[in-house]
Design a protein around this ligand. Structure first.
Ligand SMILES: C[S@@+](CC[C@H](N)C(=O)[O-])C[C@H]1O[C@@H](n2cnc3c(N)ncnc32)[C@H](O)[C@@H]1O
Length: 344
């Protein structure tokens, strides 16, 4: 049998690979090894309250995947997990793993159905009759908090490229359209002490946002504004409009509508910024965008997808923005910012 077929193992068992990571996070294996490792399997079993059989199965899984390593019968965290702890990113990654487990995982099994029908078939896992995930969050107790904990983590992981945008040094007041729990608004306000930010979102999201803002002590500079991003007018007085993890949800036509609304709302000379993950212009990758697209295809909305940089740049030009450009993230996720200017 051809040895090339072995490349199928991590793909064929992709769901199982995720479950090894999820179990290590959920059961506290990585935290235990970070605090007290290296440890023998018997002690891992005892400290995690698992049978020896369960600990052996888990450690085989995490070790074969490089999430843990073993030397002389003692286990420690593998390079990617150790790096996450070293960089202070473990709590962020743990929240992302929980998001994948509790929100994205079951709907992903509806991928074939979603491709066949062109619908986000995985939304059936969340009660409601509306067609997008966000308007269904409030129907399940605790789901809004769970969703925004995960979304907060995705943004925290990827928003350094947004915060580093030189544009904010000149901006006075940002409108964060669909700003969620205010994770990006707070990061920007912290980085630019004279900047004011308005977070526009649904009332349910803004309840979570108000807590984030209060926890950061930024009530004076970050405010909330309840509105529908399509149906309601945008508030005036902003010289920058931000769409963070927003244009990946909607169709190209809807994105053009949103960008035209932004163009009308921004003061002349102001800027629009689109921040999210992007796919390569030649549609060959990156792997992160290709795999994350299963979530976008099955869950948020029937048109959700990770678009190419060039698609977004074309929308900005079509909406009347000039000086359109892109800033890819230097990090390991394919996030970046596409920006444009409303002519003065
Ligand atoms: C993927 S989340 C992004 C949140 C935040 N910008 C971030 O990057 O973490 C999309 C946000 O858009 C909001 N949203 C979706 N549809 C909306 C609508 N019709 N009106 C207002 N907000 C909406 C959701 O409530 C949610 O907070």
């Amino acid at each position: 049998m051809s040895s090339e077929l072995s490349a199928l193992v991590p793909v064929m068992f992709g769901h199982a690979a995720f479950q090894q990571l999820n179990a290590g996070a959920e059961l506290g294996l990585f935290e235990l090894l970070h605090a007290d490792g290296p440890l023998p399997a018997g002690e891992v079993a005892e400290r995690l309250g698992l049978s020896r059989r369960s600990a052996d199965v888990l450690l085989l899984g995490t070790t074969a995947l490089g999430l843990t390593t073993v030397t002389g019968g003692e286990y420690r965290n593998g390079a990617p997990i150790a790096a996450a702890f070293h960089d202070g990113l473990w709590p962020v990654l743990r929240d992302i793993v929980q998001y994948q487990d509790k929100i994205a995982y079951l709907p992903a099994a509806d991928y074939v159905e979603s491709l066949r029908t062109g619908q986000n078939a995985g939304i059936r896992h969340f009660p409601g009759t509306t067609r997008d995930l966000y308007s269904r969050l409030a129907a399940v107790p605790g789901l809004e908090e769970l969703f925004y904990r995960g979304m907060h983590a995705w943004s925290q992981l990827s928003n350094p490229v947004l915060v580093a945008q030189g544009d904010f040094a000149q901006a006075r007041r940002v409108l964060d359209v669909g700003g969620g729990d205010a994770v990006n608004a707070v990061a920007l306000a912290r980085a630019y002490p004279s900047l004011r930010v308005t977070v526009l979102d649904r009332p349910g999201a803004l309840e979570v946002a108000e807590k984030t803002i209060a926890d950061a002590g930024l009530e004076g500079r970050v405010e909330t504004y309840a509105a529908d991003i399509f149906a309601d007018p945008y508030p005036s007085g902003h010289d920058c409009v931000l769409f963070a993890h927003q244009l990946v949800i909607w169709s190209p036509e809807q994105n053009l509508t949103l960008l035209r609304k932004a163009h009308d709302a921004i003061e002349p000379g102001g800027r629009v910024l689109v921040f999210n993950a992007f796919a390569d212009d030649d549609r060959t990758g990156p792997l992160y965008a290709a795999l994350d697209n299963v979530y976008f295809t099955t869950l948020p909305f029937r048109h959700s997808t990770i678009y190419r940089w060039m698609d977004c740049e074309e929308w900005l030009r079509a909406a009347g923005f000039t000086g359109v450009g892109r800033t890819p993230s230097p990090g390991w996720t394919p996030h970046g910012v596409v920006s444009g200017c409303r002519p003065a």
